[in-house]
Design a protein around this ligand. Structure first.
Ligand SMILES: [Zn+2]
Length: 474
């Protein structure tokens, strides 16, 4: 290039030349890896509790083959962005719970299971949201669980035990997240207002008094236009996507869009937004493949909202992350029945089997709730006929359900749900290894400034270290 000519033209002219040169080479987007250095103004963490690559593959395959749709987590975040993996173990075990994993990802310190951003020596460590606040950033927490559930909490405050709900809500009132959306109204309200607080404090009123707009259903959330927003859509967790009443409870995508709209107002220093889908973990514990599939699709719609925001705000880093795998999800080929081990007696998961999953209209947890404490065969058969078309509960599973005895030692939760789950496994080929968490490393996808830091097989404490560094804290 003629440097004299180049140095003689304006800055604008140079950019135009560069743009023309890029277009001339057919390069309309930055190549992978470029644009991933530097420091983001905004950070969005899209967090799917209990998900690892098998879950993502399940979401991607079912979205493609049942809905003819793409899957942004794999097709955009992992394929076009930076892909990494995280080991997940806590300080005191090989298997983590959500509190310890999220604490490591928030503070960069390994803590014991059930601890919230506090190490075994009793030290409190700076959480990601505390660091963001210290840098003058706005902060938002969104979840389909209660807002005081382990993951959003470990990214925000400190507690010796994840179950200290009232103290955690009190800490939220002090921390003042600009956006707080999810379930869990009951620990914001005193007993006389129908809540579970041991004192007389109405924390919803306290937030309103400080200037937060309070919304309690989907329509109010979608119409909200304040810069500070408290949305509590249920007393406890929000429902699984498969069971969700869209009037009462917004989708994860709606909550993400509302959070971004609020955080973008008065935003000179940027924001950090944490969006969690807890349904993916809940469905994993219940070994509920149909509920997991719907939860993954719903989470992916929220990820699409974040990606669109990043495209119009390139100074934003978007991360897809998770804390651990739940359920040992294991779609496989299995024997159709126990009559022979011949390969002719095998069932492979195929689209017809996935369509059976798609036909399910009530989660296993919903079935358990409807069956109540004293289920009868008639109730069970009526519910199965209505909500599980094409499925048949084998006699051995029915007997186990009525006896209430666990099927195996590694299925320590919910006996009724394990029997129903095994019914679905036997007819679809989607099996599970456990009712708990596993050590499968979790996948991290990153797009935007700083994304390249997350490449490779890292530890979950590295995730926090990168984020604190991007916030200028170390
Ligand atoms: Zn879990």
């Amino acid at each position: 290039m003629n440097t004299r000519l180049f140095s003689g033209i304006s800055v604008l002219g140079r950019w135009l030349l560069l743009a023309v040169a890029l277009l001339a080479t057919g390069c309309t987007a930055l190549p992978a890896g470029e644009g991933q250095a530097g420091t983001p103004k905004n950070i969005i963490i899209m967090f799917a509790d209990g998900t690892a690559p098998t879950q993502w593959e399940f979401g991607k395959y079912t979205a493609r083959h049942l809905r003819n749709e793409g899957f942004a987590v794999t097709d955009v975040m992992f394929r076009e962005g930076t892909l990494g993996l995280l080991s997940t173990h806590p300080a005191n075990a090989f298997i983590t719970d959500s509190a310890a994993a999220a604490s490591a990802m928030s503070t960069g310190r390994k803590v014991n299971n059930f601890a919230i951003s506090m190490t075994p020596d009793g030290q409190r460590h700076t959480t990601l949201m505390q660091a963001a606040k210290a840098r003058g950033k706005r902060i938002g927490l969104v979840t389909t669980a209660t807002v005081y559930d382990a993951s959003p909490v470990a990214f925000s405050v400190n507690a010796t035990d994840r179950g200290n709900y009232q103290s955690i809500v009190d800490q939220y009132l002090q921390l003042e997240p600009d956006v707080l959306l999810g379930g869990g109204a009951e620990y914001f309200l005193p007993a006389k207002a129908g809540g579970k607080r041991k004192d007389a404090l109405d924390v919803i009123a306290a937030f309103a008094g400080k200037g937060w707009q309070v919304v309690r259903d989907s329509a109010a959330l979608n119409a909200a236009n304040a810069a500070k927003l408290l949305g509590l859509f249920s007393d406890e967790d929000l429902d699984l996507e498969l069971d969700r009443d869209a009037v009462k409870e917004p989708s994860t995508a709606e909550m993400t869009a509302a959070a971004l709209k609020a955080l973008e107002r008065n935003n000179p220093n940027g924001f950090v937004l944490f969006v969690e889908n807890e349904n993916t973990d809940t469905a994993g514990h219940a070994n509920d493949a149909a509920a997991l599939m719907r939860a993954l699709w719903a989470f992916d719609k929220a990820v699409q909202v974040a990606i669109e925001y990043q495209r119009s705000h390139p100074d934003t880093l978007v991360l897809v992350a998770a804390d651990h795998e739940t359920g040992g999800l294991s779609p496989t080929y299995a024997l159709i029945d126990l009559s022979s081990t011949s390969s002719k007696n095998r069932l492979y998961v195929d689209v017809a089997r996935l369509k059976m999953l798609e036909g399910i209209t009530l989660s296993i947890a919903g079935m358990v709730e409807k069956l109540g404490k004293k289920p009868t065969n008639e109730m069970l058969d009526a519910l199965l006929a209505k909500h599980y078309p094409g499925f048949k509960l084998d006699d051995d599973l029915r007997a186990a359900m009525f006896k209430g005895e666990p099927l195996e030692r590694n299925f320590s939760y919910y006996v009724t749900s394990t029997a129903l789950s095994r019914m679905v496994s036997r007819q679809t080929g989607i099996y599970w290894g456990t009712g708990g968490h596993t050590v499968e490393p979790v996948a991290i996808g990153a797009i935007g400034p700083g994304a390249r830091l997350f490449r490779g097989w890292q530890d979950n404490t590295d995730f926090a270290r990168h984020l604190h560094r991007l916030l200028g804290m170390n």
